[in-house]
Design a protein around this ligand. Structure first.
Ligand code: ADA
Length: 567
């Protein structure tokens, strides 16, 4: 599945995933052996490759010609793409889509993808960590055949005034090469139009001219009388459809989805369409014992249904951009999303890796244009628990927050800090967020911890800003029950989460929380060998989504607080 809705009526698109590809490890014990494997998929879910950290080659064929666009929604974590034996694209980072456009003769072509999930100095973001870096082509692969001009993206920015308005931007790319002889670029562009439709309104740009080999953006603003708003639990969505017409004939199109919702920050509160949500959320890794990070649609739906059963109204995509299908589901189910770029717990030393800034900023550059239209995303996060307590770290945070602002001014920004009472960056983003573990990593009582931290923030540049707890929780090994209720028992986790939820929800000025975490997840074996089972066991359900004792406790606790902060 590429998306949960059709993206084209005109452009020819097919999915190259959803089938078996040839797989051959390029290192290790089984180097050179041939297998047939599922794409999308993680090689850790293959017998003999459960702990394979290395390089492998995936091979498939496709039939196409002309302007051929190959899009990879996610390859973990470094990809080298070859078509007919020629290296045509490289990409780092498992969690953002990338593409390549080739001019090919009509016919069958060989596609080879070399994938590497090893840790090295080259990799500043995928490092031994408290989550698993899997290996494989872990998200869908898409093949499209384009006209000489195509629509790269359509962005919709809804604005609520007397009525709803929407700014619509359409990015058109001209694939024609400069060619003196036939001077196609001097083509009479008066015959080129761009058209867009949304919620019954339409706009047409005539005489659109984009220089050869370049991109251009056209924009308009439309007004809407009677549209339904997108909100929590009612994900009313509208398709935005854009076309390029030449001589009146559609040569390309793109369909995306949007929702009429506006995020504002006023007087220390986040508002969605004028109402202040009380965030009752979970942090969720893309992780599953049978699928790794390549979680199929049905399993995504299950996770969301279970989180909603627990009373959640929001998900935090820890610690990286998520699969577009998951975001589509959040749009449809009216679940708010905190989405963040890829980073977890990078020290200043690691942030000084020569590749760090480029790699982290690339994730932002890829995440925001692709995920821009999702109404469920209400906030952009960066750099979870990195060195926001040092001057160097602050420079990096500043640059990345500035980059977000260049790409999207319609959403607030934040970052989940662990620098308790030492953070230097609280003055930069619109929202202040903290990860805390009272009664787990510290013996402090939750209400004392939360109020002490909140009060300290009011003495900093973060004063008066919306305040979120972006992680709080405790560990429990599924099935470990004991009358002592000691740490790692399900009883201890349940009692602790109850105290934590009440402390956060009753903290004046705090607009909500994300429990760490929804489900138990695999961690890198190279990272933290005192993680029982080489797992992070702070899930409210285990990795098989089996509820722990805390499940009922969290469900009752979340249910005792309304979905809105001002009720
Ligand atoms: C940190 C981190 C999470 C996880 C958590 C834990 O807050 O952001 O990724 O590692 O600690 O379980 O200790």
């Amino acid at each position: 599945m590429i998306r949960t809705f059709r993206q084209h009526d005109v452009r020819k698109q097919q999915e190259l995933s959803g089938r078996l590809w040839n797989f051959m490890p390029l290192s290790g014990k089984y180097q050179g052996r041939q297998y047939q494997v599922s794409v999308p998929g993680c090689w850790e879910n293959l017998p003999e490759f459960e702990a394979y950290r290395g390089k492998a080659q995936y091979t498939a064929t496709f039939t196409a010609g002309g302007n051929v666009r190959l899009e990879f929604k996610g390859v973990s974590h470094t990809a080298e793409v070859y078509v007919d034996g020629e290296l045509v694209r490289e990409h780092y980072n498992a969690y953002t889509a990338f593409d390549v456009i080739l001019q090919l003769e009509q016919g069958e072509h060989l596609l080879e993808v070399k994938v590497d999930n090893r840790f090295s100095e080259e990799s500043a973001l995928h490092i031994p960590n408290d989550y698993m870096t899997y290996g494989g082509i872990t998200r869908p692969v898409v093949l499209e055949e384009l006209a000489d001009t195509y629509i790269k993206w359509v962005h919709v920015t809804p604005v609520k005034e007397e009525n709803w308005k929407a700014k619509i931007e359409v990015c058109v790319a001209n694939l024609r090469k400069e060619s003196p002889k036939d001077s196609v670029c001097e083509k009479d562009d008066s015959r080129t139009e761009v058209k867009v439709e949304l919620a019954g309104q339409r706009y047409v740009w005539s005489g659109v001219s984009v220089p050869c080999g370049e991109e251009g953006v056209v924009s308009c603003e439309l007004s809407f009388e009677d549209v339904e708003e997108w909100g929590m639990h009612e994900g009313k969505l509208y398709e935005v459809h854009a076309w390029i017409l030449e001589d009146g004939k559609a040569v390309d199109d793109l369909i995306d989805r949007t929702g009429f919702r506006q995020v504002t920050v006023e007087n220390g509160t986040i508002y969605i369409n004028g109402s202040a949500p009380r965030i009752k959320g979970f942090c969720r890794h893309e992780d599953h014992p049978q699928f790794g990070c390549a979680i199929p649609y049905e399993a995504m739906v299950y996770d969301l249904m279970q989180m909603r059963d627990l009373g959640a109204n929001s998900v935090r995509t820890v610690h990286y951009p998520n699969d577009e299908v998951f975001l589509d589901l959040c749009d449809e189910m009216g679940i708010l999303v905190w989405e963040e770029n890829h980073a977890r717990g990078l020290s200043e030393e690691r942030m000084k890796n020569p590749n760090f800034e480029r790699q982290a900023e690339d994730v932002i550059r890829e995440m925001i244009p692709l995920h821009y239209n999702h109404p469920s995303i209400y906030i952009w996060g960066i750099l979870n628990e990195c060195a926001s307590n040092t001057e160097y770290g602050k420079e990096c945070y500043q640059k990345q927050f500035d980059l977000i602002q260049q790409l999207d001014t319609s959403r607030p920004r934040s970052f989940a800090s662990c620098q308790h009472k030492t953070d230097l960056c609280l003055g930069i983003p619109e929202v202040v967020s903290y990860n805390i573990y009272p009664l787990w990593y510290s013996d402090q009582q939750p209400e004392e911890f939360v109020s002490g931290l909140y009060d300290w923030v009011q003495e900093t540049e973060g004063a008066g800003k919306p305040f979120l707890i972006t992680e709080i929780g405790a560990g429990a090994v599924y099935g470990f029950r004991h009358p002592s209720h000691e740490k790692w028992t399900e009883e201890y986790q349940a009692e602790t989460l109850k105290k934590q939820i009440d402390a956060v929800m009753q903290q004046p000025g705090c607009q909500g929380m994300y429990i760490w975490q929804y489900c138990d997840v695999r961690v890198s074996r190279e990272w933290f060998n005192n993680r029982p089972r080489t797992m992070n066991n702070k899930g409210v359900v285990d990795e098989y989504r089996r509820p722990k004792l805390s499940y009922e406790v969290v469900r009752d606790a979340y249910a005792s607080y309304t979905d809105y902060a001002e009720e």
